[in-house]
Design a protein around this ligand. Sequence first.
Ligand code: DKA
Length: 131
Amino acid sequence: MSLVTNKKYKLSTSEKFDEYMKALGVGLVVRKVGNSVSPVIELTQNGDEYTITSQSTFKNTTTTFKLGQEFEEETADGRKVKSVVTQDGNKLIQVQKGEKETTIIREFNDDEVKMTLTVDDIVSTRIYKAI
Ligand code: DKA
């Protein structure tokens, strides 16, 4: 399997996301909103550059990167972090370094994207379904 581009996926299920956000220091109000929205994500590719867009009533974000090259990113909750994304087959593995380090894995399949978010000993799983 390889990465799936130009396809939209909407959040379907989410586990331990509140614990994940809490461990990253996200405040109560933003956590409540973060828990209540179902973003739509899409991966696009232009040459060796990838873009992940995420759209929700809370926030629209656009993250553009080249594999293996560190870039600065502002997360949806406003943290300023340095990220590196690498590819392993159909997975994009993003390591975000800020006050805390977190790893976000997005596994692309035709029918869904499985997102695994890890910080400290907390693992959150979010499944996005193709729309
Ligand atoms: C996602 O794209 C979640 C990405 C993690 C963002 C960190 C916290 C956001 C708070 C609303 O599904």
